[in-house]
Design a protein around this ligand. Structure first.
Ligand SMILES: [Zn+2]
Length: 256
C-alpha cells in the first residue's frame, strides 16, 4: 500500500529532477556592446584599415572570442571599451590564421594598474603591465586597464600591451613559450628566425634599433615586442626591418 509519505517522497524526487533538467540557463552577461563597431573604428586602426568584407570577418572572430572568454575586473570596472579593446587585441595577431582559437584561455583579468609577479596590486615591484598565467593561472591572462587603453589610444606608438600578451599565447600554443611559434612558422625558417631575433636583440642593446628595449630581454619578449610593432606600425616596420618583416609575415600572414 502506498503511504502518504511515499507519495510525498516521489513528489519531492520529481521536483528535484524537474529542477535540474529544466533549470533555466544562467543568463550570461552581455559579451559585447551593441555599438562595438563604432568603438573599433574609433580605436582600432587595424580594423579601420580593412575593407568591408574583411571587417565582417574580423567581427565574427571578435564575437566568437568574446563569447568564449570571460573578462573579469580585479578592482577595476570592466567598461564597454575595455571589452572591445581586449577582443580586438585577441583577433589582430591571428586574424589571417584560419580557424584559430585560444583554446587554453578562459579568462582575462583586468587590473586597474600595474601588479607584481605575485599578482599583488600594491607593494614593491609593481612593474608588470600584462601577463600570461602559468601553473594554476595558466588559463588566465592579466591585463592592466591603463596600458590596455594606452596601446590603442596612442596610435603613433609601436607598443600595445594587450597584443603583446596575445602573441605570447600564440607562441605558447605549440607547448613551449620560446619565441618560436612552431605551429605557424615552417621548420625550414626556424633557425633563420632565431638568428634574426638575436641580431636585433644585439642591435637593441647597442642602441642601434628603434625596437623597444624590452625586446632585448629574451627571444620570447623579442618576438612579442616585434609583433606589437608589426601590427601597430606596419608600414614603418616594413621599411626599417625588411628581413624581420618578411619572416613575421610568414608567421602571421601565412605567406610562404
Ligand atoms: Zn612579454
Amino acid at each position: 500500500m502506498i503511504t502518504a509519505l511515499q507519495i510525498l517522497f516521489v513528489l519531492l524526487l520529481l521536483i528535484i529532477i524537474i529542477h535540474f533538467v529544466f533549470k533555466p540557463r544562467r543568463k550570461r552577461s552581455i559579451w559585447w556592446p551593441a555599438n562595438y563597431r563604432e568603438l573599433l573604428l574609433d580605436y582600432c586602426a587595424f580594423y579601420e584599415r580593412l575593407d568591408d568584407e574583411a571587417k565582417k570577418n574580423f567581427e565574427e572572430k571578435f564575437e566568437k572570442f568574446l563569447s568564449s572568454v570571460s573578462i573579469t575586473g580585479a578592482n577595476a570596472d570592466v567598461e564597454d571599451l575595455d571589452r572591445v579593446l581586449i577582443g580586438a587585441a585577441a583577433v589582430i595577431p591571428v586574424f589571417y590564421i584560419r580557424d584559430w582559437e585560444y583554446v587554453h584561455l578562459r579568462e582575462v583579468l583586468l587590473y586597474p594598474g600595474n601588479f607584481n609577479v605575485d599578482f599583488e596590486q600594491s607593494g614593491n615591484e609593481r612593474m608588470i603591465s600584462g601577463m600570461v598565467g602559468t601553473g594554476y593561472m595558466q588559463h588566465v591572462m592579466i591585463l592592466n586597464k591603463w596600458d590596455l587603453r594606452q596601446g590603442f589610444i596612442n596610435s603613433g606608438s609601436n607598443r600595445n600591451t594587450a597584443i603583446h600578451e596575445f602573441v605570447h599565447l600564440v607562441d605558447k600554443m605549440d607547448g613551449t613559450l620560446d619565441g618560436v611559434p612552431e605551429l605557424l612558422l615552417e621548420r625550414k625558417y626556424v633557425e633563420r628566425w632565431k638568428d634574426l631575433l638575436h641580431v636585433e636583440m644585439d642591435r637593441i642593446r647597442q642602441g642601434l634599433s628603434d625596437i623597444d628595449a624590452y625586446g632585448a630581454t629574451s627571444l620570447v619578449e623579442c618576438f612579442a615586442v616585434i609583433s606589437e610593432y608589426f601590427f601597430e606600425q606596419p608600414e614603418q616596420f616594413k621599411v626599417f626591418h625588411p628581413e624581420l618583416n618578411t619572416m613575421i609575415e610568414r608567421i602571421f600572414l601565412r605567406k610562404g
